[in-house]
Design a protein around this ligand. Structure first.
Ligand SMILES: NC(=O)c1ccc[n+]([C@@H]2O[C@H](COP(=O)([O-])OP(=O)(O)OC[C@H]3O[C@@H](n4cnc5c(N)ncnc54)[C@H](OP(=O)(O)O)[C@@H]3O)[C@@H](O)[C@H]2O)c1
Length: 281
């Protein structure tokens, strides 16, 4: 199974399918990532706030796959938006991963109600990480249109990616359209809505018709829209199942039926980035 690469606006490229490790216990992470690498995943999405960067690094080193053949993303902890804290936190990420670089580092949340709303200084710190070659690419997560517009007005670097909640019940179309118009790749988090969308009759009907599982159908819908995805699972059969999405195609009518599941704000499962202000204690 070969996973397509998506070209980023800074000349680097990223595998369109990866493996997410949110809510995997730190002591179970190395095992899950090992299974994913064995299946063939070459892109892992972690974050400081997940507490499991160390397990990701361990699994990569133990796998026999060269570090340069695995795309690794991590994200800045909400506690460390101030530039000096962000620099230290980034060093901490590299230490935990046991690597001298990451492929992609993101501001995890914009936190517009904290730090005087100054995510621009935070972004400039990420620009330093990129300039030093310690993060090959930099991007943002959970940024709304107004946050992206502010970065465009007040900094010199367009984020390579914007990682946002996006699944059939919450398609985040306004942000998705802004990303596309400005050359920002969209990464869809909770791509199968943490499983919530898998019993939907539209999804199960299409799955039956094409002879695939509901998760494969929803992930296929994502990749046909050009989104980057990294479904999470600790279940080896599901890790494998989620990887097998590049040997079939959904027809346009089926894509449209899934498009029709959009529920707007009611479909949002995670926090609204305009209000989200969680800072780990
Ligand atoms: N930037 C952000 O703010 C943010 C927020 C959330 C997530 N993320 C990223 O996005 C990744 C994915 O999102 P997510 O973890 O929230 O949710 P998800 O990938 O949409 O769904 C994960 C859930 O679905 C289950 N599952 C996985 N594959 C399945 C399958 N084939 N059939 C049935 N159930 C299946 C998993 O169960 P088991 O594990 O029990 O198998 C788990 O409960 C995260 O791991 C993280 O890397 C980023």
């Amino acid at each position: 199974m070969s996973v397509p690469n998506i070209e980023l606006n800074d000349g680097h490229s990223i595998p369109q399918l990866g493996f997410g490790v949110f809510q995997i216990e730190p002591d179970e992470t190395a095992q899950a990532v090992s299974v994913a690498l064995e299946v063939g995943y070459r892109h892992i999405d972690t974050a400081e706030m997940y507490g499991n960067e160390k397990g990701v690094g361990e699994a990569i080193r133990a796998s026999g796959v060269a570090r340069g053949d695995v795309y690794v993303t991590s994200k800045l902890n909400n506690s460390f938006h101030r530039p000096d804290d962000a620099r230290r936190a980034f060093d901490g990420t590299l230490t935990e991963l046991g690597s001298d670089y990451v492929d992609l580092f993101l501001i995890h949340w914009p936190l517009p109600t904290l730090y005087d709303g100054d995510f621009v200084s935070t972004w400039k710190t990420l620009e330093e990480c990129k300039a030093h070659g310690r993060s090959r690419s930099i991007g943002v997560s959970n940024f709304q249109v107004e946050h992206l517009e502010r970065l465009a007005a007040e900094s010199g670097t367009v984020p390579a990616v914007n990682q946002i909640e996006l699944h059939p019940y919450f398609q985040n179309r306004e942000v998705r359209a802004y990303d596309e118009e400005h050359g920002i790749a969209t990464e869809a988090w909770s791509p199968i809505a943490q499983g919530e969308v898998l019993d939907d009759p539209v999804v199960t009907e299409i799955a039956e018709k094409v002879g695939r599982t509901p998760a494969q159908v929803v992930l296929r819908w994502q990749v046909q829209h050009g989104n980057i995805v990294f479904p999470k699972s600790v279940t080896p059969e599901r890790i494998r199942e989620n990887f097998e999405i590049f040997d079939f195609e959904l027809e346009p009518g089926d894509i449209e039926r899934i498009d029709g599941l959009e529920q707007g704000e009611a479909g949002r499962a995670g926090p609204n980035p305009d209000q989200f202000a969680y800072v780990p204690g």
